[in-house]
Design a protein around this ligand. Sequence first.
Ligand SMILES: *Cc1c(COP(=O)(O)O)cnc(C)c1O
Length: 405
Amino acid sequence: MESDDNHYQGSKSPSQTQLAHAGRGADATGALSVPIYQTSTFEAPTAEQLARDCVASGPAQLYTRWGNPTTAALERAAAKLEGGERAVAFASGMGAISAAVLASVTGGDHIVAGPSLYGGTTELLNDLLPTWGIQTTFAATPAAEAFEAAMRPNTRLVYVETPANPTLALTDIEAVAAVAHQRGAQVVVDNTYASPWNQQPLSLGADAVVHSATKYLAGHSDVISGLAIGSETWAHQVWMRLKLLGACPSPHDAWLVIRGMKTLGLRVARQNATAEAVATYLEAHPQVERVHYPGLTSHPDHGLASRQMRGYGGMVAFEVTGGRERAQALTDGLSLIARAASLGGPETLAVHPASTTHAHVDSAARRRAGLADGLIRLSIGLEEPGDLIDDLDRALSSHRRGPSL
Ligand SMILES: *Cc1c(COP(=O)(O)O)cnc(C)c1O
């Protein structure tokens, strides 16, 4: 499963035993699977209690935007999984990210962010926050020194995605946290790509973690959801923003995420192993110029990945010879692997970022981020590795012979 040359130093990694019992004990009836409290509101026993709940400064059994028992069960399981004091669940990853950022900075503050972030996060930082007087500088590279160089006296937040989308470049969380804390800034890590199974940012010194739970945590391509996890004090500020900005999850969606979390370790360990097999196959293929996978010794951050991550993850990117058109033709030639955005589900997905997820980024900025025109991103699913390799092999050889090329 996890590679032999992995020197992972994390001590508080989640176990599949803990995950199998996620959400257990949340209900007075003893229901083993947490019930879905599909209700918008809650009846109070007395007028006085209702009055107290309405002015409560934290989640109360009052109204589902404030809090809900199914959602609370997810929040407890997620806090435990990331080793944080408290989690707040959201209707989407972007809901969690926007509330987490707005809980960490205010008008006049400055953010330092990694050079290659999720598209929605980039737009939030670039387009929306400046209208409220919050400026962001993107580090020139994913190295800790580049984050340090971008810091200003009013930097309050350092925002990290590692491994980054789609090039899988790594940032040293421990080194960035040391620099940020010296300057009085908080560190928030988007841990979606790695998943908590492979990486534990809080144990490496980060102050908070955000997730698109849509991806590995829920794991079945059937729900949009998000989580923010950190200290009690910070999570309270996040919850206040949830209550006012309104991205609260539906109880049914919270239940789907708990259900997915129960098998997180099984799925991710399998995805780690299959991704490594696919990356190794691609690296040996003459039509492939370069493979980006932190588990390969050819990856520039392989050493850091082995210390910082328990497994190297289920995301693989590769550059095909012939650039953009051939990459698009190759993606068209796939049949088992689905052409789709998103990641972390049972089905292997392929996208060509230059024409899809990163089409809005101009070509100079794409090159700066190391995003080649011929790059294809794979989210490895739960299929047999041999079937995935056969599909890629067929697409690579037909694209070599294809008459339109
Ligand atoms: C998908 C994703 C998001 C956004 O999450 P949604 O659930 O789609 O809102 C944020 N960060 C990363 C790394 C993602 O992959």
